[in-house]
Design a protein around this ligand. Structure first.
Ligand code: HEM
Length: 265
């Protein structure tokens, strides 16, 4: 006689929340009431945890990029203003915090956010890939052109962050680098030295293009991942996402361009 394969609600409730073989109730299986294919394996961390992690860390990273862009604008006020701002970043919070204290807190939060962001987004992506049956079902690949570029724009940004820190913070990639002293910073001179080389100016501009694409879709995904469903709110947020992405990229791109053209020198 054919085995009964549907799961009764009470059978589902009997499935343990966690065991060595997650979701498998051996007794129900033995009695033929439940087949392994009926059991939705419990995955840890849950997709919900991953989505919220991606959204929260993405928001923090986007906030950093926006604040950083506002600070970068000081380059147009000249060397004194830009260098004073770069020095202030190192002593902000003093004497409540030690010198560099606030800077290291921000570095810690941003570094952790970056690691968690990469981990959660790659895992979401991998699970989607597995659910679609790997390469076997490319026709099920979802998303717009920009959304499919997220991995590549993310890789470009990661490479950019490494180059950028070696260029303007630690100096190994900048032959004219002047290290800051206890009282002074030379961020303006370092920036001009770097971006007056066409190769570096192009690296910065390409990275800002990748940043715009990553931000426009990333900012949009934040509301989706956080479960916002209202049509009006989603439309408004989509417009804000586009505006922020374009403004951040254009303002940042203008700096290497201004150095190349001799406007900032
Ligand atoms: C053309 C655009 C940009 C310019 C002109 C610029 C400029 C600078 C400068 C001058 C510094 C060193 C400040 C100092 O001396 O303390 C710096 C540091 C840094 N920038 Fe940028 N930046 C740009 C874009 C970006 C972007 C898009 C990101 C992130 C994706 C970024 C991430 C960082 C990080 C992580 C640091 C190191 C902060 C630290 O730990 O001290 N920058 N940037």
């Amino acid at each position: 006689m054919a085995q009964e394969t549907s799961i009764e609600p009470w059978e589902q409730r009997r499935l343990p929340r966690s065991s060595n073989a997650p979701g498998l109730d051996q007794e129900a299986l033995d009695r033929g009431r439940v087949e392994p294919r009926h059991v939705i394996p419990q995955v840890r961390p849950s997709n919900w945890t991953l989505k919220v992690t991606a959204a929260v860390t993405g928001s923090l990273l986007a906030l950093f990029v926006i604040v950083h862009m506002v600070g970068n604008l000081k380059v147009y006020q000249g060397p004194e203003s830009f260098n004073a701002y770069a020095h202030w970043l190192k002593v902000a919070g003093y004497p409540l915090l030690p010198k560099m204290g606030l800077l290291w807190i921000v570095r810690g939060v941003m570094g952790t956010s970056l690691i968690l962001h990469i981990w959660s987004t790659l895992l979401i992506r991998y699970r989607g890939y597995r659910l679609r049956g790997g390469r076997k079902k490319p026709q099920l690949r979802a998303g717009s052109f920009v959304s499919r570029l997220m991995l590549w724009t993310g890789i470009v940004l990661l490479l950019f962050i490494f180059i950028h820190i070696l260029d303007l913070t630690t100096g190994q990639a900048n032959s004219g680098f002047q290290a800051p002293t206890a009282t002074e910073s030379f961020a303006y001179e370092n920036l001009v030295h770097s971006m007056s080389q066409p190769l570096f100016a192009v690296i910065y501009m390409v990275a800002m293009g990748a940043l715009a694409l990553h931000l426009v879709h990333g900012l949009w995904l934040i509301v989706t991942d956080l479960g916002v469903t209202g049509e009006r709110t989603r439309k408004i947020w989509q417009a804000i996402a586009h505006l922020l992405a374009v403004v951040v990229a254009l303002v940042n791109m203008s700096i290497p361009l201004a150095v190349l053209l001799g406007v900032v020198s």
